[in-house]
Design a protein around this ligand. Structure first.
Ligand SMILES: [Zn+2]
Length: 231
């Protein structure tokens, strides 16, 4: 999974190692399989359309609408993937701000290419809170803060990540010992397998477009991003 190290591979070469019902498995891939609130990548293998990518039974399955064999050249649909990266980093940033300032934990999230939502364990997100979150967020974007990706052990992760920023991670079996951390320098560290931009300047400014009460002690925040620096 090439995207685990760097998230900017738009094209790559690989070999088909196995086939299943409508899908192929490659020896290496830059395609992100749906997961963690981030949608599947789409794209092409030798020009054949990849409609979705799923991780199952330890393999990454590329669903194709025609047969593909042998050596392949993969190409990611960057028009959707790049916004997913920007929205995913944005989501971590909002989660960190809400936790630091208000003690509100993130209990759900869903990213799209033109908006995203987060659920927080709080019974309200007032207008004052919204104003603070948006202005702090945009300040960090304007500061062009580096976003780093690194691997660590489960044990080291427990020492460096706030316990309330690893709730979603705790669902992953104990047998998983290698943990990938996304660090927004000086702002947040969080275990995550998703794709992210390398600098907050690429994220762009954020506008909160909706606040919804989702029952007791749960509030949903919907936001949209303006165009950031393009890469
Ligand atoms: Zn994440």
């Amino acid at each position: 999974m090439l995207y685990m190290k760097g998230c900017y591979d738009k094209e790559f070469d690989a070999d088909v190692v196995s086939e299943g019902d409508g899908y192929v498995v490659l020896d290496r891939t830059a395609f992100y399989p749906e997961g963690g609130g981030q949608p599947t990548d789409k794209g092409w293998l030798n020009g054949v359309v990849v409609t979705k990518v799923r991780k199952k039974d330890g393999e990454v399955r590329h669903y194709v609408d025609a047969p593909v064999t042998g050596k392949v050249h993969g190409k990611i649909d960057w028009v959707e993937r790049y916004p997913h990266m920007r929205y995913h980093t944005a989501q971590h940033l909002i989660s960190a701000i809400m936790l630091d300032k208000y003690g509100a934990e993130t209990c759900g999230n869903q990213i799209h290419a033109d908006n995203a939502r987060l659920d927080f364990t709080t019974d309200n997100i007032t207008e004052d809170m919204q104003a603070f979150v948006a202005s702090r967020f945009n300040e960090i974007v304007d500061q062009s803060v580096p976003v780093k990706i690194f691997m660590t052990t489960r044990e080291e992760m427990l020492g460096m990540v706030d316990e309330r920023r690893r709730k979603l991670f705790e669902r992953i079996p104990e047998s998983v010992q290698d943990v990938r951390i996304i660090e927004i320098e000086g702002v947040d560290k969080c275990p995550c397998a998703g794709t992210h931009v390398a600098n907050t300047a690429e994220v762009g400014h954020m506008t909160i477009t909706g606040i919804m009460n989702k029952g007791s002690d749960k509030t949903r925040l919907v936001f949209e991003l303006a165009q950031g620096q393009k890469v």
